[in-house]
Design a protein around this ligand. Structure first.
Ligand SMILES: CC(C)(COP(=O)(O)OP(=O)(O)OC[C@H]1O[C@@H](n2cnc3c(N)ncnc32)[C@H](O)[C@@H]1OP(=O)(O)O)[C@@H](O)C(=O)NCCC(=O)NCCS
Length: 186
């Protein structure tokens, strides 16, 4: 069963708690994801593309809690969901040493360190599970996210040219970044 140990930190906005998301939070998660999709074009979906029922969201959360090498964690400010991070590993044995993640923080909470707390909690959990490589894909123009990932040791592995096509017709490249845990697999 994969869940992280809850962490509490005092922020200027109030009390921040980072912990595994529970099935009872499915509705809050759906509302959060729909809101954040309308706040930024750095995520994979256009607004309205989520198409997940509360029941399906609840099942996703339950599965993430059951999976040994997956986590779905939330950042709550004064008990309100302000950010999420989802990490999963491929099912195949040869890929079981690695995994990838996606994350988002509500726009009004950007630059208060919440994203850093989410990434820190994920890395700590991944180390405890013996995961050796964490990967991600990020819009090449998403400088805030790239800065955050570099701070935690993620390095550029490649560029996916014209990976996204926006509704405006504009193309965006995406970067593949990864953090390889030191001293493992050598
Ligand atoms: C990317 C995201 C998760 C970061 O969350 P956050 O809570 O704002 O992150 P933090 O406050 O911990 O860190 C942000 C860092 O970016 C830096 N930063 C802010 N604006 C920046 C900019 N325009 N260019 C470069 N760096 C910038 C901050 O100084 C901070 O770095 P520091 O810790 O060294 O001071 C959040 O902005 C977000 O959800 N964005 C929309 C969705 C998204 O992009 N998700 C990631 C998809 S890969």
């Amino acid at each position: 069963m994969a869940r992280i140990k809850s962490v509490k930190v005092s922020l200027s906005h109030g009390e921040l708690e980072i912990s595994s998301i529970q099935p009872g939070e499915a509705k809050d998660v759906l509302e959060f994801l729909e809101t954040i999709t309308g706040e930024t074009d750095y995520l994979i979906r256009e607004p309205g593309e989520l198409n997940l029922s509360e029941k399906e969201q609840k099942e996703f959360i339950e599965n993430q809690l059951k999976e040994e090498r997956s986590i779905f964690i939330g950042a709550r400010v004064n008990d309100q969901l302000a950010g999420t991070l989802s990490f999963s590993s491929p099912p195949h044995q040869r890929y079981s040493h690695r995994g990838s993640f996606g994350m988002a923080v509500s726009r009004r909470f950007w630059n208060y360190g919440i994203g850093s707390h989410l990434v820190r909690a994920m890395i700590k959990w991944a180390e405890s599970k013996g995961i050796e490589k964490i990967s991600l894909e990020v819009d090449a123009e998403n400088h805030r996210a790239i800065k955050l990932y570099r701070k935690f040791g993620f390095e550029l592995e490649g560029i996916l040219k014209r990976s996204k096509k926006m509704l405006s017709g504009e193309y965006r490249d995406e970067l593949i970044m990864a953090r390889i845990f030191p001293g493992k697999g050598e």
